[in-house]
Design a binder for this molecule. Structure first.
Ligand SMILES: *[C@@H]1O[C@H](CO)[C@@H](O)[C@H](O)[C@H]1NC(C)=O
Ligand SMILES: *[C@@H]1O[C@H](CO)[C@@H](O)[C@H](O)[C@H]1NC(C)=O
Ligand SMILES: [Zn+2]
Length: 308
């Protein structure tokens, strides 16, 4: 913490901030001084807050929560034409105005804004959240804001203004054909500000089968890029989406503004600072029933032993 403060002071005094904007750790070199994750606090003070994202989820510490029921997804099956853009930090797909989510113990109904991804280098570790320390090759964020707001900036002022659905990816032997339209379009947007139209896609092409979306983790956190607003209700699905190594590696062909390969586009995990991570149950409930039966059997075995 102290080191971070010193770095922040140092960065401010060196005027690293001016003009450079923020960047990921992979962009920080001796030569190219941009504001990396350690000093994002200089760009926005929220980044130094206590309820930041991403976090490492320790499954042994999470609490099952029966209120975490299935989501109700509206417009996810409808096809649309969407703008796909290299925005200098990631690849982003803008969503049409009819996308809605509710249920899952969300405090309101939220509308979809955009989808973007975080990835590694050529299929290497690249997710933002980790599970028991494991970092996945990629993580997708579907960003929604409460219906009453017009922008992420507005929603960022409300503790529960933003709802992000997060999906992990894992490497599979065969390609996931549903991702081909998106992955094939990456070659048209190598440089920042390049954009292309993705035609005839729907959100359900990019997510998990609905019946596996009942298993998810929930906690309160922040946006994982500056301004790091602590306004996000996070829902991270336990099952990972399969992509081949080649498909994962395709994201590394994109470029950052200075021409470097766009790789390792993730923020390091942040401290939980006392926050609780909840789990939608299903699995955990079944596991505790098994434990209960086992302990009954064990204790009856002990009783038999005692009386013998
Ligand atoms: C460092 O900066 C110099 C001068 O701008 C440039 O010629 C050189 O290629 C840079 N090196 C790296 C590793 O970026
Ligand atoms: C991508 O953006 C760069 C920089 O703005 C521009 O020079 C280039 O022509 C663009 N390429 C395409 C395919 O639009
Ligand atoms: Zn994100």
């Amino acid at each position: 913490m102290l080191l971070a403060r010193v770095l922040v002071l140092f960065a401010s005094s060196m005027k690293i901030v001016s003009g450079a904007g923020w960047c990921y750790q992979s962009q920080v070199t001796c030569n190219h001084t941009c504001t990396g994750p350690e000093t994002w606090e200089v760009v926005s003070q929220h980044c130094g807050g206590r309820y930041q994202s991403p976090v490492n989820i320790v499954t042994r510490r999470m609490l099952p929560d029966e209120r975490l029921t299935s989501f109700h997804l509206t417009g996810y099956q409808e096809t649309f034409h969407g703008r796909l853009m290299n925005n200098g930090h990631t690849v982003q797909l803008d969503l049409p105005s009819n996308i809605r989510i509710n249920g899952g113990n969300l405090p309101a109904s939220y509308k979809g804004l955009q989808v973007h991804l975080h990835w590694g280098n050529a299929g290497g570790p690249g997710s933002e959240h980790t599970i028991d320390g494991e970092q996945f090759p990629m993580e997708m964020h579907i960003v929604h804001i409460k219906e009453e707001y017009d922008s992420i900036a507005q929603a960022g002022k409300d503790r529960t203004g933003v709802a992000v659905l997060g999906f992990f990816f894992q490497e599979s032997a065969s390609a996931n054909k549903k991702f081909d339209p998106l992955i094939n379009a990456l070659k048209y947007i190598p440089q920042p500000t390049n954009s292309t139209e993705l035609k005839g896609v729907s959100l359900d092409m990019f997510i998990l089968p609905y019946n596996t979306m009942t298993k998810y983790f929930r906690y309160d956190g922040s946006l994982t890029t500056p301004n790091c607003a602590e306004a996000v209700v996070w829902s991270l699905f336990e099952n990972a989406i399969p992509l081949s190594k080649k498909q994962l590696a395709a994201f590394s062909q994109l470029r950052f503004p200075n021409g470097q390969q766009m790789v390792r586009t993730y923020r390091p995990v942040q401290p939980l600072n006392g926050r609780q991570v909840y789990y939608s149950g299903g699995h955990a409930a079944a596991a505790s029933i098994v434990l209960l039966i086992t302990s009954v059997l064990v204790s009856s075995a002990l009783c038999l032993h005692d009386t013998a």
